[in-house]
Write a protein that binds this ligand. Structure first.
Ligand code: NAD
Length: 488
């Protein structure tokens, strides 16, 4: 069976570690290929080569660096179907969801192509007589990203195109659960003819991550994954003197007001809660119905959930499997936990059998109602196709429930009242807010702004934040002794 290789210094190189991890198709349970478990030596080689490539790359004018990004965009567009097929095989999400990821990746490349303007800075003439002061942005050196399984294409593009455009060299560490998608993208990127060592990929799990966090040549790290690992990456990476941005888990609340357009809200919430089998960090996880919205919303959402088809993402289903057998066990045990905590099980998606896919990790849409704020069901990220519902008597009470959560990735409201929407936007403690939106995913020209336990660091991914994260500012104060200034 094939074992994937690392891509270092423009070459495909076998890992120095013999141990491998099987990469499974979660819809069939079949192991498709192996990925190296990873080791320090692999990271050290990539870091060495990327460090060597840095001086020439940073001295390449930004206008030339972005020419590679224009080609990147074209390659992703031209090969979108091929990449999406691999992405669906590995992650289980539907083909349409895989293609949508590529669109988001491309949007980030497009924004990063604006780097000649985005890196421009400030200049003050005559801060004293004949003296000028200005600030320039320079690349840090070597950056790396560590990504999760649920968006194998998109997430590295929240960071990598900006880092490269700013003049850094880079290492991508894909999730060991879905490494083939990025391996395919790197194969395509060989046609970019980037200078060797500028863009590298190292596979592996925990050992590779810790080697990245500790390697002295690596200056900046972007992480996306669960909160426990995000905390570890932030604490460990910063202890080693690195700049770190670490996006963590989520449990996103959606408030449904009595004046919401109920049919639209139901459709959007069902797509948000069950799309990607609930494995989206912006998925609707908890609905808080306010007042009379309860009766209007609850019966309709159950009907909408029942209509979602579950199956192989390449064969037209609305929803694929969860990522692994362990995930399925974990999600099903959290559903049981909800029942034990006296929630009402309105729809039970456990023990799903999909014909021809008996070894797949399928869970059908599940709805738990009457969850108690503060309970384990309320506060635990389930990361599966499970929607929890609770109730409040007023918007104030609903916002109080929203703000009790440990996460702050996103919070949404459905209403036709501008003043309710404004109050919610103002008071909800979350970094991404949706008004009549189910997945408040920022476009590439805005930062992906998580708060609380959904984010550790200062600057977020995407947009100007990514440019600031991957550059350091240098302030210059300048005087030239000429005839004119001496007069004063
Ligand atoms: P994960 O934390 O298990 O893995 C993420 C990365 O960390 C992987 O590359 C993995 O190799 C590495 N890793 C795993 N365990 C490690 C350890 N003990 N030490 C060092 N490295 C380790 O996350 P996942 O299961 O791949 O992804 C799902 C999680 O990611 C969910 O919690 C989801 O909410 C979150 N997520 C967040 C965002 C966001 O923008 N906030 C986006 C997507 C996913």
């Amino acid at each position: 069976m094939e074992t994937l290789k690392n891509y270092i210094d423009g070459n495909w190189i076998e890992s120095k570690k013999a141990a491998t991890i099987g990469v499974e198709n979660p819809a069939t349970g079949q192991i498709m290929y192996q990925v190296p478990a990873g080791c320090k030596e692999d990271v050290a080689l990539a870091a060495e080569k990327a460090k060597q490539a840095f001086p020439a790359w940073r001295n390449t004018p930004a206008t030339q660096r972005i020419q590679y990004l224009f080609k990147m965009k074209q390659l992703l567009e031209a090969h979108a179907d091929e990449i999406s097929t691999i992405c669906t095989h590995e992650s289980g999400k539907t083909f349409a969801e895989s293609k949508a990821e590529i669109v988001r990746a491309i949007e980030n490349i497009e924004v990063a192509c604006g780097i000649p303007v985005l890196m421009q800075s400030e200049f003050s003439e005559d801060i004293a007589v004949g003296i000028d002061e200005y600030m320039i942005r320079q690349p840090l050196g070597l950056g790396a990203c560590i990504s999760p399984f649920n968006f194998p294409v998109m997430i590295p593009f929240w960071f990598m195109p900006y880092a490269l455009a700013c003049g850094n060299t880079y290492i991508v560490k894909p999730s060991e659960k879905v490494p083939g998608t990025m391996a395919k993208i790197f194969e395509l990127f060989e046609a970019l003819n980037l200078p060797k060592g500028v863009l590298n990929m190292v596979h592996g799990g925990r050992e590779t991550v810790d080697a990245i966090l500790e390697h002295p040549y690596i200056d900046a790290i972007s992480f996306v994954g669960s909160t426990a690992v995000a905390k570890h990456v932030y604490q460990h990476g910063t202890a080693y003197g690195k700049r770190v941005q670490a996006q963590g888990g989520a449990k996103n609340p959606i408030v449904i007001m009595p004046d919401a357009d109920m049919d639209t809200a139901v459709k959007i919430v069902a797509d948000s809660a069950f799309g990607c089998a609930g494995q989206r960090c912006l998925a609707a996880s908890i609905v808080i119905t306010v007042g009379s919205a309860k009766d209007a919303f609850v019966s309709k959402i159950v009907e909408a959930a029942k209509l979602k088809t579950t199956g192989n993402g390449l064969k037209g289903a609305d929803m694929g499997p969860v990522i692994t057998a362990e995930s399925k066990i974990r999600v099903e045990s959290l559903i049981q936990k909800g029942i034990d905590e006296s929630c009402s099980l309105l729809l039970d998606g456990r023990n799903a059998q999909i014909e021809g896919h008996e070894k797949g990790h399928f869970i059908k849409p599940t709805i738990l109602s009457d969850i108690k704020p503060g309970s384990e069901t309320y506060s635990t990220e389930i990361f599966g196709p499970v929607l929890s519902i609770t109730h409040a008597e007023s918007l104030d009470e609903a916002i109080g429930i929203v703000n009790q959560g440990r996460y702050g990735n996103a919070a949404c409201i459905f209403t036709q009242s501008g003043s309710s929407a404004r109050k919610f936007r103002h008071d909800a403690i979350a970094g991404n807010i949706g008004v009549n939106i189910g997945i408040a995913a920022p476009m590439a020209f805005f930062p992906f702004s998580g708060w609380k336990e959904s984010f550790f660091g200062d600057l977020h991914g995407q947009s100007r934040h990514a440019v600031e994260f991957y550059t350091q500012t240098k302030v210059v104060i300048e005087r030239w002794h000429d005839e004119w200034s001496r007069k004063f």
